[in-house]
Design a protein around this ligand. Structure first.
Ligand code: AP5
Length: 186
């Protein structure tokens, strides 16, 4: 099973992907986490990524695609994986298609979390991560609208997009996701 989690900043991608990973026992690939780990490790890639992340901008496609390609080659991805925060641009989606086609594995489902913007801002300000301040949040939403939202149509055309109401408690959202996954598996 290969599943992509799409959604604006704060929509619950990480929270829900973590839960689904535990249930399906497949790998969880969060590009945000991978880039933050590289930053904490002080690698050149991490330092470059941090500059973009602190400004609320996307890290260049070729950097992120390289990180995902390396991770996909690891053993635990053979059973399946959840892509959390990747792809975020049409070129990234095309690169993912290519990587999966080379491995002769399909992308089964794209779960798009839908939450009103004002709720998202409250969630992010309450969390207070390094990039959760008003100015950076505003830029992250701008990047989402401009570069990531077109992916909804990209995957809708492929017939694998499932919109999920992301409001309510994490448990409520998870039961909607579980139903969507069960339907896709059947
Ligand atoms: P990333 O780490 O992916 O951040 P994001 O997309 O902005 O998403 P968040 O982590 O803020 O939110 P989320 O949707 O995962 O929600 P979460 O579960 O955490 O990326 C960070 C940066 O890295 C990007 O800005 C970019 O620079 C770079 N990057 C990453 N991937 C990239 C890519 N592919 N290409 C280029 N650049 C890339 O929840 C948020 C908060 O809400 C938490 O506190 C949580 O506890 C709470 N919460 C969750 N669900 C609920 C609920 N149902 N009710 C109430 N609170 C909730």
């Amino acid at each position: 099973m290969r599943i992509v989690f799409l959604g604006p900043p704060g929509s619950g991608k990480g929270t829900q992907a973590q839960r689904l990973q535990e249930e399906l026992e497949i790998a969880h690939l969060s590009t945000g986490e991978m880039l933050r780990d590289a930053d904490h490790a002080g690698t050149p890639l991490g330092r470059e990524a941090a500059r973009h992340m602190q400004a609320g901008q996307l890290v260049p496609d070729e950097v992120v695609v390289g990180v995902v390609a390396d991770r996909l080659s690891e053993k635990d991805c053979e059973r399946g994986c959840l892509f959390d925060g990747f792809p975020r641009t049409v070129p990234q989606a095309e690169a993912l298609d290519k990587m999966l086609a080379e491995r002769k594995i399909p992308l089964n489902l794209v779960l798009a979390l839908d939450v009103p913007t004002e709720r998202l801002v409250d969630r992010l300000l309450a969390r207070g991560r390094m990039d959760d301040n008003r100015e950076t949040i505003h830029e992250r939403f701008r990047q989402y609208d401009r570069l990531t939202e077109p992916l909804l149509d990209y995957y809708r055309r492929r017939g694998i997009l499932c919109m999920i109401d992301g409001e309510g408690t994490p448990d409520e959202v998870f039961s909607r996701i579980r139903r969507a996954v069960d339907t896709a598996i059947r």
